[in-house]
Structures are given as C-alpha cells and as structure tokens.
Write a protein that binds this ligand. Structure first.
Ligand SMILES: *Cc1c(COP(=O)(O)O)cnc(C)c1O
Length: 362
C-alpha cells in the first residue's frame, strides 16, 4: 500500500497548529496506547496528567493565584481535553450547572470562537453574542448590557482566533461576578504567548473562574491536547459523573477513552520549552509579525495593528485565491481579509517567498 503523506508546513500560513516539538512527538508515540480516562489501569499517564495540569496552572497564574501565602497549596484543578472546543464546552457546562437557573444564558463577544455556538446548542443554553469595539475587542458596555440574572457564564477571549486580540479580562470578570455569573477566559491559542506580554489575562491578573489553554496550538504538543483549568475544585466536581465499572469512582472529562498521547506530549513539550523556549518563540514570532505587517503596508495594503503574532490584511479582491492557487494555505477572516498566523514554522524566509508571490499576483 502506498503511504499517504501529510502536507508540509512550509506554505501553511493560517493554521493555529504547527510542527510538534521532537520531545512531544516521541512522548506521544510512547503513550499512544494509554488511556488517562481509566487512571486505575493507566496510572503512569494519570500521573503525567496531574503534572500537565500543574504546569498549565503555573503558566496561567493559577499556582500563584490560589493559596498564595498559605502553607499547603492546592493543586490546580483541570484536565487535558481533546482541544479548545471540549474545554470551552465543559466550561459552559460547569457554569450552567453551578449557576443552576432556568433558561440560563451565555454571553460572548462576536470575536469568540464558534465552539461556543456548539456548546450553547449542545447544552441548551441561550447564546448572547455582543459586539466588539472598532479594534475587535469585546465592548464592555455591550457585555454589561447583555448580562442579567440568568447569565451563567461570561466569556473573554485572550488571543482571538481572527485578530489575535486580548479582551479587557479584569473588567469582564467584574461584570460577570456583579451579575452572579462565572467568568471564563478562552486562551486556547494565546495561552503560551501571553505570559511574555504585559496583558492582564490569567488567574493571577483577574478573578476569573476558568480558562482554556491548548497545548496543541502554541504549546507544541501533538493533536489532540487541549487544557481546561478551574480556580476552584467545584468546577471539576460539578462535571464529574459516577463511573460504576471503573476502579476510579468518577470522571470529569467529556470523552471517556482519550489519548494518552496528548497528555504525555503536553508534559514533554512544557518540560522542554517552559519558560525560555516559549519566550524565545514569542519574541521571534512577534518580530516576524510586525515585520510582515510593515512589508504589507509598504505595498500599500491596509493592515490591522498587530497585538499577538497574527497579521490581518486587506489584500484586495481575488488575491487570496491566486495565492492559494500557488499553494499557499491562506485563509480569510469572516470579512474576507487575509490572515497570517505566525506559528513556529512561519519564518521570514517563508514569508519572503510569500511576498514575492504576492508581488507577482496583485
Ligand atoms: C482554536 C481555538 C478554539 C478551538 O480549539 P480546538 O482545539 O480547535 O477545538 C477555541 N478558542 C480559540 C480562541 C481558538 O483559537
């Protein structure tokens, strides 16, 4: 049988995934046939999951935020999900069940990922989508106007999928709590970049209740590896169901059997890269994104300001299609603008070739 081959990464400009770290690849292969959903049988991978959650807690400010000054620090609460979609859905589910009101609603900015549309649909929660400001961040007046005494959860995005924007998280958390609701931060993509910025986004910066951070995006783990974290044990407790035929008594994950590859590769990638490797990559990507934005502006293109390393530009009609015909895996925003996500595989060399093609087709 002829072996199928995946695409190379050298023309992939709009993906939020990238080549996994070599140590993450190796760890994934070692733990491919383990199931962290059955911790009594697969104890080693269950221990690794606890390490992964502790490390994700440290990256997102949970370890320092909870138990600061107290002797016995609680371990962070959470688990390694199949990705950001599962993490976001479970955050909505936890808030719905902790809030426990009839006709619960969920308030998200229009920049929120479509996973919240799925979550609202699956969970029977009303989705209230509010506008963003001129710079594509959640408009806090609009958020405040949308919440009421049936709001279970208010979402802020820290690194939005289209523009890489960071919402005003502390203000959103205050609005949520004033209404008696929970606050969730979606840092699925931004979570491994934001520790090296001045943004207020994590558990140490604001009284948020839960957070999504995906090792399989900027964390350099293999797919599938997402992360869901809660400030309090109650977040995981409300998700747990009894598991009659397993040795362990309860399970909080949405999936039953799940891949130990994601868990093991998360630990391996973080061991290899936190913090210096991730910081170096953030600084490189930030420099490349700003350079690309400048190159496009020099060509007379309209380019959005760069916040996290995503470049959104209006290349004009038909140009994205022509670039796609030349093999560039380039996607558009909802408004039809070209979007380049500067992931680890997106180098200046690749982008110079891209700009050369752009000059030829436009
Ligand atoms: C990618 C992304 C998600 C969804 O994560 P998956 O791993 O694709 O399920 C959710 N939120 C944001 C902000 C994302 O960028």
């Amino acid at each position: 049988m002829q072996q199928a081959a995946p695409q190379a990464f050298d023309r992939v400009l709009s993906s939020m995934c990238t080549d996994p770290h070599p140590a993450a690849r190796a760890a994934a292969e070692r733990f491919l046939a383990t199931n962290p959903g059955d911790p009594a049988t697969y104890a080693e991978v269950a221990d690794l999951e606890a390490r992964a959650v502790a490390a994700l807690g440290a990256i997102t400010g949970l370890a320092t935020a909870s138990g600061a000054g107290e002797g016995a620090e609680e371990p962070p609460h959470g688990y390694v999900t199949g990705g950001g979609t599962e993490a976001n859905l479970q955050a909505v589910r936890a808030a719905r069940d902790r809030r426990n009101v009839d006709g619960a609603n969920l308030v998200v900015p229009e920049s929120a990922h479509f996973s919240f549309t799925k979550a609202a649909d699956v969970l029977g929660v009303e989705l209230r989508t509010v506008s963003t400001d001129a710079d594509h961040r959640a408009d806090t007046d609009a958020v405040a106007a949308a919440v009421d005494d049936r709001t279970a959860l208010v979402v802020g995005v820290a690194g939005s999928t289209e523009y890489g924007r960071v919402d005003p998280i502390p203000e959103i958390a205050d609005i949520a709590h004033d209404a008696g609701a929970y606050c969730h931060v979606d840092a699925a993509w931004g979570g491994f970049l934001l520790p090296f910025t001045d943004h207020a986004w994590g558990f140490a910066d604001a009284p948020i209740d839960s957070l999504t951070i995906d090792p399989h995006k900027c964390g350099r783990a293999v797919i599938p590896a997402g992360g869901l974290l809660f400030r309090d044990a109650a977040g995981m407790d409300v998700l747990a169901v009894d598991t009659p035929y397993l040795e362990s008594r309860s399970q909080a994950s949405l999936a039953g059997t799940r891949s130990g590859a994601g868990v093991a590769s998360t630990v391996a990638a973080i061991d290899a890269l936190w913090p210096d490797g991730y910081r170096d990559e953030y600084e490189r990507a930030d420099g490349v994104a700003r350079w690309l934005a400048g190159e496009l502006r020099d060509r007379g293109q309209r380019v959005a300001d760069v916040e996290l390393p995503t470049v959104v530009a209006d290349l004009g009609g038909g140009v994205v299609e022509s670039l796609r015909e030349r093999g560039w895996r380039l996607s558009r925003t909802g408004c039809g603008l070209a979007r380049v996500v500067v992931m680890p595989h997106v180098t200046r060399k690749i982008l110079r070739a891209f700009l050369g093609d752009l000059d030829e087709v436009r």
